[in-house]
Design a protein around this ligand. Structure first.
Ligand code: HEC
Length: 101
C-alpha cells in the first residue's frame, strides 16, 4: 500500500472507495516462511473511466523472483473474484472471507 491509499485502508469499510493512485500489493508464498514470494499481485486505482465495471482498478500479477509481469487485466479472473468485494471497492480486508481463499 502506498501513500494515497494508506489512510483509506485503515478506515476501509467506512469510506469504501480508494483514491486514484492507490497501489495495493499482495505477495503470495507457497510456504509462509519462504523468503521470496511466488507471485506478486498488484491492484492500481486508475483514473475514473479506466475500468467502469471494475472500480477503475487495473489488476497485475508478476513473478515473485524477477517481478516480470505475467498478466495485466481489467476484466477476467482477478475481477471475477474481486467482485465479491464490490461493496468495499473490490478489495478485501485480510481474513474477510476464509471461504474465498
Ligand atoms: C479466487 C479468488 C481470487 C482471485 C482469482 C484473485 N483474488 Fe486477489 N484476493 C482474493 C481474496 C479473498 C483476497 C483477500 C486475502 C486475505 O484476506 O488475506 C485478495 C487480496 C488481493 C490483494 C490485496 C488487497 C485486498 O483486496 O485485500 C490484491 C492486491 C489482489 N488480491 C490482487 C489480485 C490480482 C492482481 C489477481 C489476478 C491476477 C487476483 N487478486 C485474483 C481473492 C482472489
Amino acid at each position: 500500500m502506498n501513500g494515497p491509499g494508506a489512510k483509506s485502508y485503515e478506515r476501509h469499510g467506512e469510506r469504501g472507495i480508494f483514491p486514484v493512485g492507490t497501489v495495493i500489493v499482495r505477495e503470495t508464498r507457497l510456504e509462509a516462511d519462504n523468503e521470496i514470494p511466488k507471485t506478486v499481485l498488484v491492484m492500481i486505482k486508475r483514473a475514473k473511466g479506466f475500468n467502469p465495471d471494475g472500480g477503475d482498478w487495473e489488476f497485475i500479477s508478476a513473478d515473485g523472483i524477477d517481478l516480470k509481469i505475467r498478466e495485466k487485466q481489467t476484466t477476467g479472473k482477478c475481477l471475477d473474484c474481486h467482485k465479491a468485494g464490490k461493496k468495499t471497492d473490490f478489495a478485501f480486508k485480510s481474513g474477510s472471507d476464509p471461504n474465498l481463499r
